[in-house]
Design a protein around this ligand. Sequence first.
Ligand code: ASC
Length: 125
Amino acid sequence: AFGKADDAIQYRQGAFQIIKAHFGALQPVVKGQIAYDQAAVLANVQILDQVAKLPWKAFGPGTEGGDARDDIWLDEEGFKAAQKKFLDSLVPLTAAAQAGNLDDLKKAFANTGASCKACHDSFRD
Ligand code: ASC
């Protein structure tokens, strides 16, 4: 799928940047710093949910580099489990965004953020 390791690294870093932007856009909402706009939140979460599917196939064999720790390839099961935690966390996040429930959104946001951090702590330099 990727011609060179650098292509895979750029692809996954680009996907994570989009993920960061659309997850980060929720932060002022859950912190109460901006008004809760259900449609805007849902649009953000839907993009996040789609783009969240993308980076993983760009961690194939021979694509070591970027900020990726070798543990990604040494502990494939652990990395897979960390991905799954993140992807699974988006189910309640999406449900809360669809329901327009700000309390549930706050809880789901915190869980998703925890899954980001846990994976970074183990697998990102
Ligand atoms: C973000 C972001 C992360 C997570 C993490 C949550 O907005 O870029 O990596 O949240 O910091 O603890």
